[in-house]
Design a protein around this ligand. Structure first.
Ligand code: GLY
Ligand code: MN
Ligand code: MN
Length: 441
């Protein structure tokens, strides 16, 4: 960022209902840069300032408020703990921000949802604009710092990987608890409780996103998270749930039979998704591009070498074998006929945000995977309850999602301990049912 000045406001608290806010979660970029978790704070980087190059504005200590809301770091605690050159009360921002902005003619600021803060920045820019002829000070260029910060976040440091491993391990334990302790007749919310109890018990601070616990045909609704229904007898339950631990997110999906045994049709579709995922994970290595387009090259069934294309190819082959798609392989690819059953991408960056930041493109093309990047690999097949499809398969929804670290030579599946073959899943459910005590009686 050279000698620019950069200003980052903390995440806004968000209203839930009267007198009640959603649990506060710091903005990921703000936390990545400052390590500071409290709301009503602003982090400034001013490398051209002679003394204070990193500054944190934060709430002062207030014994009365702290009795209600808990301890604050306060100005005295911030310098040593967060390694900033200066810490000031947030009420000093109006007074001090102009001087900090004047240290450079370039300001990095991301105009975003924080309208009040956007206005504050615009007000300062206008003041400098009006006074420029006499002062020759202040920013004349404003740039969004997001792409610079997000590029720093897209390749994970060894510390990031350690935190991610922990989040993914806890996430996997939640899925395994659900397999062990669920029973036929349970409601989706009861299984959700098993998953999220396990996350919390193992130290996760939050769920990374609202857990999806979808029984039977609810699994064909991609963002189903009401989780209010009983899991129908004989059906599959799709759980897409991840724990957040120390600002890193797990994102795992498993799909399994509430009875403990896959039916022949469930098994047939499951094996297609599993094979698609296996082939996509085999593509996870440095150099593979993250393209979401599927290009057919030639007419011999070869598609471009991306992990999404590998998954799509396997899904199309499998759906043709099952008779759920008809016609030629090429036609299904070229006309995207598989979208009826597989309508989302095969993965996304994973990190401090579940759909982590960072560009998927570089130099005018989809970018290649590099060591340190982390992607999810999550193909799925969702068969509508539609009279035009074979009745035996209607309402089956299956997704299998793992979290994959790209390494020098290939990849490391961080969620590999969470069972996903049919034999492993059925064995774990059977083991859970052989135990006498359900987790929550
Ligand atoms: N759980 C969100 C996703 O899989 O992308
Ligand atoms: Mn995902
Ligand atoms: Mn997911």
């Amino acid at each position: 960022m050279g000698d620019a000045v950069a200003v980052f406001p903390s995440a806004l608290p968000t209203h839930r209902s009267n007198d009640t806010e959603h649990e506060y979660r710091q903005d990921s970029d703000f936390f990545f840069l400052s390590g500071f978790e409290e709301p009503h704070s602003v982090f400034v980087l001013a490398p051209a300032h002679p003394v204070t190059k990193s500054i944190l504005f934060l709430r002062r200590r207030d014994s009365e408020r702290e009795r209600w809301d808990g301890p604050r770091t306060g100005v005295e605690g911030a310098g040593p703990r967060y390694e900033v050159d200066a810490a000031y009360g947030i009420e000093e921002l109006d007074e001090r921000l102009p001087e900090l902005l004047a240290t450079s003619d370039k300001l990095y600021y991301a105009f975003a949802d924080n309208e009040a803060f956007n206005h504050r920045i615009v007000r300062e820019l206008k003041r400098y604009h009006d006074e420029r002829a006499r002062t020759d000070r202040g920013p004349i260029a404003v740039a969004d710092p997001s792409s610079i910060i997000h590029e720093l976040r897209v390749k994970k440091s060894p510390e990031d990987v350690a935190a991610l491993r922990r989040a993914v391990r806890i996430s996997g334990e939640g899925h395994m608890a659900a397999m062990r302790y669920s029973r036929p007749g349970m409601y989706e919310y009861e299984i959700e409780a098993i998953v999220e109890y396990t996350f919390a018990r193992l130290g996760a601070q939050a769920v990374a996103y609202p857990s999806i616990v979808a029984g039977g045909p609810n699994a064909t609704i991609l963002h189903y998270n009401k989780n209010r229904e009983a899991v129908p007898d004989g059906s599959l339950v799709l759980i897409d749930a991840g724990a957040e631990a120390d600002y890193f997110c797990g994102d795992i999906t498993r799909t399994w039979p509430i009875s403990g045994k896959f039916s022949a049709e469930q098994q047939a579709v499951y094996e297609v998704v599993l094979e698609a995922q296996r082939r996509a994970i085999a593509m996870c290595r440095p150099g593979t591009r993250v393209s979401r387009t599927v290009e057919l090259k030639g007419t011999n069934g070869k598609v471009n070498g991306t992990f999404h294309a590998a998954a799509v190819k396997a899904v199309v082959e499998g759906l043709l074998d099952l008779g759920l798609l008809s016609g030629s392989f090429e036609e299904n690819i070229e006309r995207q006929l598989y979208h009826r059953f597989f309508m989302h991408g095969t993965g996304h960056w994973l990190g401090m945000d579940t759909h982590d930041v960072g560009s998927y493109r570089a130099d005018g093309d989809w970018r290649p995977l590099e060591p340190g990047m982390v992607v999810t690999v999550e193909p799925g097949i969702y068969i509508p309850q539609d009279s035009s499809v074979d009745e035996r398969f209607r309402g089956i929804g299956i997704r299998i999602e793992d979290d994959v670290l790209i390494t020098e030579n290939g990849c490391d599946v961080l969620s590999a301990d969470t069972p996903k073959t049919i034999a492993e899943i059925e064995a774990l459910i059977a083991q859970g049912r052989a135990g006498a005590t359900p987790l929550i009686a």
